[in-house]
Design a protein around this ligand. Structure first.
Ligand SMILES: O=C(O)CCC(=O)C(=O)O
Ligand SMILES: [Fe+2]
Length: 393
């Protein structure tokens, strides 16, 4: 059983200024700033009266800036009065020092390399269908799906869905014309990659064929898709795995066929909630198989008969499931199959999970073990009672 992850981005070179030293915008060391401005604390509660500055110029001078400018504006409200009056450059350095503590060095370097990698693509790649890069519900989605999201009730979702096995939901989602445009955009991107001899990242650690949509400009559109069209559903059906607090995603397409990946082994996704929609084209095989939801400890445990499901992909049709729902894809025996995947994550859920041991609210095996313990406990209590009554020795 594999846990699938995004592959690490390729290393990038630091552009130096010719004398062996890399250029660096930092003018004074953080220690020097601290020395002159003394107070390193931040306020627990924001100063709502303070009107924070704008940091968008950071992105203009360095497009792959480590942190989003909006985070500086938000954090500025937490600065102590003495820090509010220091030059902007010093404020930035101070806030960066705080923010950097939140991510281990290696992860930060990885995120920075990925940002630079994306910037290299987006600054050169010319999109084919610009209309794909921002959401337009009426042209992207089928009317029944748009209506269900706008009604936003469990009943409206259940009306358009089937649940062929507990925790797996399927429904008609994408318009055929949208699927065609997206397929053409992916093809155009792949052509550009080949012509430019650009080395791109694989969609994930198991699929070799496909493309990461986030990396060539579709990230904002997919984020909106997650926030406005998937969160309402996962809030209702997957609350116990962070379905109401999804806050990041990995969006990609996977491709199967004779000269591509043939099948996909048994795995769990690096996501809390996964959206998988078939885009086409024509193919035989490629069925998804599901085998129950499991936590890390029970990921290799046996499946129960009611957890077994085989699902055949239909273009435009979405499948939504927990990332921890064990699954795989059967061989695509002929034709060409391309699916859109959105792995949605919740940082809150991941943080809380570190402190938990019992996952019986979603892991099938934790649930089974808990029931078993309860049955044994009731039996032991009964036995003790009967003994105390002298009914048995
Ligand atoms: O090929 C498929 O439909 C399955 C893809 C999948 O499970 C994944 O990418 O996580
Ligand atoms: Fe998967």
């Amino acid at each position: 059983m594999e846990r699938r992850k995004e592959p690490p981005p390729p290393p990038v070179v630091t552009v130096g200024n010719g004398n062996g030293a890399a250029k660096h915008p930092l003018t004074r060391s953080p220690a020097a700033i601290r020395q002159s401005y003394g107070d390193r604390r931040i306020r627990l509660n924001p100063n709502k009266e303070h009107q924070p500055g704008n940091y968008d110029d950071l992105l203009k001078s360095s497009p792959s800036e480590e942190f989003d400018p909006s985070i500086f504006s938000s954090l500025e409200r937490h600065l102590t009065p003495s820090m509010l009056h220091v030059p902007k450059e010093s404020k930035i350095q101070f806030m960066k020092e705080i923010l950097r503590k939140y991510l281990p060095e290696g992860e930060r370097a990885r995120a920075q390399r990925h940002k630079e990698y994306k910037h290299r693509i987006i600054s050169t790649y010319q999109p084919l269908h610009k209309e794909l890069y921002s959401i337009h519900a009426a042209t992207f989605f089928v009317p029944s799906f748009v209506q269900a999201i706008s009604d936003n009730t469990e009943e409206s979702f259940r009306n358009i869905m089937t649940e062929p096995s507990p925790g797996v939901y399927t429904f008609a989602m994408l318009q055929p014309s949208f699927c065609e445009l997206l397929l053409a955009e992916v093809e155009n991107f792949e052509k550009w990659v080949n012509a430019a001899k650009f080395k791109t990242m694989k969609p994930n650690t198991m699929n070799k064929y496909g493309a990461v949509l986030d990396d060539f400009g579709l990230e904002a559109m997919l984020n909106k898709l997650m926030e406005e069209f998937l969160c309402p559903i996962s809030r209702v059906f997957f609350p116990e795995v962070g379905g109401s607090t999804l806050d990041s995603h990995h969006g990609f397409v996977v491709e199967y066929g004779n000269d591509k990946d043939i099948e996909l082994g048994f795995h769990v996704d690096d996501s809390e909630v996964t959206l998988n929609v078939c885009l086409g084209k024509q193919f035989c095989g490629g069925e998804l198989y599901f085998r129950g939801i499991r936590c890390d400890k029970h990921v290799n445990s046996e499946s129960q008969p009611e957890e077994i499901l085989e699902y055949s992909h239909v273009p435009g049709q979405a499948v939504v499931h927990r990332g921890r729902h064990r699954h795989g894809a059967r061989p695509t025996t002929s034709g060409h199959r391309i699916n859109l995947l959105l792995w949605c994550r919740s940082s809150v859920f991941r943080e809380m999970k570190k402190y938990q041991k019992d996952f019986s609210s979603w892991c099938g095996e934790c649930q089974r073990e808990k029931k078993e313990r309860q049955i044994q406990c009731v039996a032991a209590t009964k036995l003790a009672f009967l003994r105390s009554e002298g009914a048995i020795i």
